[in-house]
Design a protein around this ligand. Structure first.
Ligand SMILES: CC(C)(COP(=O)(O)OP(=O)(O)OC[C@H]1O[C@@H](n2cnc3c(N)ncnc32)[C@H](O)[C@@H]1OP(=O)(O)O)[C@@H](O)C(=O)NCCC(=O)NCCS
Length: 256
């Protein structure tokens, strides 16, 4: 049996796909599932705001997922939680951290195509967070490799979209890694690579995921995370427009 719970609410129509996907995975032979699931336990995925108790789990996941990129320090994550607690989410499977999504609010006119991750996130400390902005900026998202393609990334993105609607922000912007690019870098530019992903000729796990989540491709940023070897430092700038945006009024997030 699968239980999905996003920020303490029942799953609305936006999460139906994720529920279906997880149920489909559950019907797969047990050998296809991770060790914990092979023990026959029920799977229970919860997405909620990050708390201090999740920090160790987040850092451990980051270390495994990005071997060439230094993980956030405990102080980094604590600071992000102080600056903008409503923008930080974790996904928990049977109580363990299996995913995380971090965001801040920025004044987008200060950045545009010409920015990098360190600038826009204030070196990961979110000193650039500005509640007067209209743009929710996605600083990071990742899911445990052992439970990918089961809708957990979608749940984290759904939580972000929900926050964007709740706060009446104009849009979500992010710069997505292009982790498959290093395999094609000898033959094509990063922009051509991204176009081929959009055209369906190349599969890229991150850009493909973001396009499926309703984001639009806006161009390639060079030197976004220089130490990201898989993406050769490049990233795809993407945007999702909040269809319910009502002009410059603002509501507070009502997250736990
Ligand atoms: C991007 C990421 C968060 C997606 O998490 P996820 O839990 O697998 O996402 P979901 O299960 O909700 O969606 C999976 C969808 O993404 C796309 N996708 C994921 N992996 C893919 C791959 N290897 N090839 C092609 N498409 C892929 C598919 O559309 C897939 O849907 P499908 O399984 O029905 O075909 C995850 O791949 C990840 O953590 N990547 C490494 C960290 C990273 O680079 N994060 C991005 C920072 S900008």
């Amino acid at each position: 049996m699968i239980t999905l719970n996003v920020c303490g609410e029942n799953i609305d129509r936006h999460f139906k796909y994720a529920r279906a996907s997880l149920q489909a995975q559950c019907r797969k032979p047990k050998a296809a599932l991770g060790a914990r699931h092979r023990q026959g336990k029920n799977m229970s995925v919860i997405v909620r705001n990050t708390g201090a108790e999740d920090i160790d789990g987040i850092r451990e996941l980051q270390r495994r997922i990005y071997p060439t990129i230094a993980p956030w320090s405990r102080a980094h994550i604590e600071q992000q939680l102080r600056v903008f607690p409503a923008g930080q989410f974790v996904a928990l499977l049977d109580g363990n951290v299996v995913g995380s999504a971090s965001s801040l609010i920025v004044i987008w006119d200060d950045y545009g195509l010409d920015h990098n991750w360190r600038e826009v996130t204030g070196k990961g400390l979110f000193g650039t967070h500005n509640p007067a902005g209209r743009t929710l900026y996605g600083a990071e998202v990742f899911v445990d490799p052992g439970v990918r393609r089961r809708g957990i990334g979608r749940l984290l993105y759904s939580a972000r979209r929900r926050l964007c609607r709740q706060m009446n922000l104009r849009r979500i912007i992010a710069a997505g890694r292009l982790p498959g690019y290093h395999r094609h870098a000898q033959n094509m530019s990063a922009t051509t690579y991204a176009m081929k992903v959009i055209w369906g000729d190349i599969e890229d796990p991150v850009l493909r995921f973001q396009l499926r989540e309703g984001f639009q491709f806006c161009g390639v940023i060079d030197g976004y995370i220089p130490e990201d070897d898989e993406s050769c430092g490049h990233a795809a700038l993407i945007v999702w427009l909040n269809p319910l945006y009502r002009g410059p009024t603002r509501r507070s997030p009502s997250h736990k």
